[in-house]
Ligand binder design. Sequence first.
Ligand code: PRT
Ligand code: ZN
Length: 283
Amino acid sequence: MKNLKIAIQKSGRLNEKSVQLLKNCGLDFENYKSSLITIVSNFNLEILFLRDDDIPDYVEQGIADLGIVGENVIDESLAKVDYLQRLGFGKCTLKLAVPKDSNFNDIKDLDGKSIATSYPNILGKFLKDKQISAEIHPISGSVEIAPGLGLSEAICDIVSTGGTLKNNGLKPFADVSTSEAILIGRAGLAENPILCELLQRIQSVLRAKETKYVVLNVEKTNLPQITELLQGVKSPTIVPLAEEGWVAVHTVIPEEDFWGKINTLKSAGAQGIVVMPIEKIIL
Ligand code: PRT
Ligand code: ZN
């Protein structure tokens, strides 16, 4: 079978997590920082290491079949590619920000103003949808210094912690879009058996990340309450303990509101709770 090619970021914020995801899928490859391409020894896949900005176009043109890249980069590129899977890392928000002493309260206040950004296409569409007429200054990199230099009155940039905005005397005042890393594919690839196998592996890794394996001890008299709380989980495993009248319950718990659920289980009589990470969940 012909190998598929997947493009991932060569270095930068998405590189490590993209490599880790592929390794967690059981793919065996050398992660040479200096090479452009590496071959997976135990799967029909080659990995191309590229600048993130090039990935959507390479996938659209079929130079790579698949890619892992931020949604912001895909949307800005205008490339026509299929969104195959959200990957849950590289989360950030494209925000509008202004100097902290400006009295911008509403996006309508941007009318007639100038905005510096590395995302002119996304911002242009956003302003058009909101019927705001502002002047967009496309600049690449260090957008946050534009107001200080007198280049623009506002900026539109990626924010994760907000520290960069703060350090540059800016305050965010509206969200344009949110983003996370996405697996994209070239058009017409959906039925490809290598892709189907890879997607199944990726989904099993993602599912495992969203849940924890939990073992807890409980007195038999409290068991109905505990199993009631675990409703929704497909039949927990119940094992008798050496101590008369006690059982161990094995189950999986969603990561969402994890501590809330653990505390409720404790109040219902759960003791000696052991929590373990799950590597994969294959349905
Ligand atoms: O070299 P190459 O072109 O491949 O990489 P790059 O420098 O263009 O991108 P990189 O590695 O910085 O980011 C890759 C992707 O990570 C982005 O396209 C986003 O999808 C995602 N991502 C997540 C971020 C951030 N968080 C982020 N905080 N991308 C950029 N930033 C920058 C932001 O532009 C700002 O300068 O970090 C600064 C703000 O961070 P905070 O934490 O201070 O808010
Ligand atoms: Zn880039």
